[in-house]
Design a protein around this ligand. Sequence first.
Ligand SMILES: Cc1ncc(COP(=O)(O)O)c(C=O)c1O
Length: 370
Amino acid sequence: MSNQKPIYVTQPQLPALQDFTQLLGQIWDSKVLTNGGPFHQQLEGALCDYLGVKHLALFTNATIALVTALQALRVTGEVITTPYSFVATAHSLLWNGIKPVFVDIDPDTLNLDPAKIEAAITPQTTAIMPVHCYGNPCNVAEIQRIADIYGLKVIYDAAHAFAVNIDSGSILNHGDLSVLSFHATKVFNTFEGGAIICPDAKMKQRIDHLKNFGFVDETTVVAPGINGKMNEMQAAFGLLQLRDIDAAIDARQAIDARYRTALNGVPGVQCVSNTAASRTNYSYFPILIDSKYPETRDNLYFRLRQHDIYARRYFYPLITDFPMYRGLASASPSNLPVAKKIAEQVICLPIYPNLTEADQSRIIAVIRGG
Ligand SMILES: Cc1ncc(COP(=O)(O)O)c(C=O)c1O
């Protein structure tokens, strides 16, 4: 083991503590801790402006937001989704009693391959749940074309896609609903948190009811809603985070560029590129290790750990390898050859605004020294 300080795959960007305690002071004065208080309302408005979206409902985390998004659209039966994601994507389906149907990914975008969706549609299919993996935009036009032909809803797991734009504007304006995560590991965080983005006020109202137990007013409950509300402390923190977000993304961009230059031409190391976005957030830095590299992906992963560098194999294992999914016919490895291969090759390297050049050089040296 080395005795250098550990480098983790990410580290949250935090506002100045005194700025946060000042906002906490306001919460202490008002005694409004949750239930759609002033900070919650302010953050919803500020995020709509920043992201370029019409309506946004804040949540306690993205997993509850995904579960609620499916409820809001009354999705049932079967939903087509990707095996190459964090387990919460598929778990949100099981929490609604919905059967996930896994479809393989595209080798370039690492997102659900639109060309393989139609073959997976059955009379029970009601929706598609793609993921903008690493913030790389899905082929939204093609997915919408298929959804329109078959009358399917589209819910994007946009947990990684904060502030990602394509030529037409925010990627979050596509599909019926999109869900963001504000978990501590994300580009924009509120300790824990998330949001549903929706195109119209009526749907936003339904989502607001669902995240508050189904309450419409003091005495009326219209649905078996959940408690998904973001609290005032998280929302106040989010307002401070938003102030610094552009600088945080710029710092990530510089780190991303340095990795690409330093790893260019290293045999067996391919940096995943994000070509479809007109603006991206540099939330992850995935590389793919192939047979031209002198050792296996796992050897490199463990060698990095010996140097106290904690890169992560996102996403390995595939969701379809976990016991609650692996018995499904669509989870069979023969149905998912691209996802299987990528899951064996991927490593996400550390990237966060405060990653120093010296620390980044340490990471690059270990990889080049392979
Ligand atoms: C693709 C994806 N979906 C959903 C989630 C769940 O988000 P949360 O932790 O906010 O519940 C995450 C990560 O945490 C994720 O990476």
